[in-house]
Design a protein around this ligand. Structure first.
Ligand code: ZN
Length: 109
């Protein structure tokens, strides 16, 4: 976050699909709940299984991309996204690079 605080999220599974929540949104919503005045500056995403960190960088789902986009819009600043994998780490400077032709608030007016 802009004040240097790190907020951690984790994937929340639930037998009654889709009641769970992705790690990205759990982190974003926790951050917004605790310090709504603080912009999110960077989002680091990683996933592991029984063998460890996934080999290829993991990317956020469409719903998370939309939430990240709206966080960028709310604070009028891009969120740097780091996508971790054992073989590579990708960095993008805005979710707009992952969500072209996005649906935004202005589309509802
Ligand atoms: Zn997601």
């Amino acid at each position: 976050m802009a004040n240097g605080q790190i907020v951690i999220g984790a994937n929340q599974e639930n037998a009654a699909f889709p009641s769970g929540l992705c790690a990205e949104r759990s982190a974003i919503f926790a951050a917004q709940s605790q310090q709504p005045e603080q912009p999110i500056t960077t989002l680091a995403i990683a996933a592991s299984n029984d063998e460890g960190l996934l080999k290829d960088p993991i990317t956020p789902c469409g719903a998370c991309r939309q939430v990240i986009l709206e966080m960028e819009d709310r604070y009028k600043r891009p969120i740097r996204i780091l996508l971790f994998g054992a073989r590579a780490v990708y960095a993008v400077n805005s979710v707009k690079d992952l969500l072209p032709l996005s649906f935004v608030d202005a589309n509802m007016r």
